[in-house]
Design a protein around this ligand. Sequence first.
Ligand SMILES: [Zn+2]
Length: 233
Amino acid sequence: MTAFWIYLSVTFTIALWLGFMIRRHLDTFDWRYRRDDIWTGFCLSLALWPLLLVIKPALILKGKVVLEADNDSALDLTGSRAKRMRMLDQITRNPPACGSEIIYRQGDCLIDGQKSISLLFRTADIESHFKGKDLPVFSPQEAAALVSLIRNRNDTQLEATEIPDSINFENLAFEMMANGYGMAECPLCATSYPASRLNKSFPPRHPGWNFDTYACPEGHNLFNRKAIHLLLR
Ligand SMILES: [Zn+2]
């Protein structure tokens, strides 16, 4: 009987401890976007604490079972939604310094040894092009963060501002380029070219993902962009 009471009191202590960690570290974004994970972690800990304490004690002792995984990948677009939404909210309320130009790094880079190609846009062009239109981003939170960033810019600051990782700027960048705005830097020519001088090619469509290729006027392929996904029927 004593063993049972010890077991029960340890379970109760763990519940209190995790409750304390939840109260201390989690915010509204955790509850909005990770609620199921939090409750699953909490309940699993109460059911399986003897096992967890043996195989990975930090899950319980440091409360990691209810906290968000702390890794850098959570900051990119595929990472934790709660973390991303929290960052977007911070940008909306308190936008970082933004100058007269912004840089977007387009991945899917075709130059060996290079991760991305820098696309440069004038902030004022983005504002005038999208005035009165919906921004082609993926969530209203991203749109709010971008609007706040752009409206609070300082045109006298000439150093280009990086688009924050939490905003997926890709669609917007390509719409701007399609309308003749922006510059793309070719690392092989060490020159920036206006978007209107890039050559865009459409390979023959095939089942699966299809990519459009963008090249500089000297014929260097710079980057791909996913264009369309065709299903084989
Ligand atoms: Zn080139």
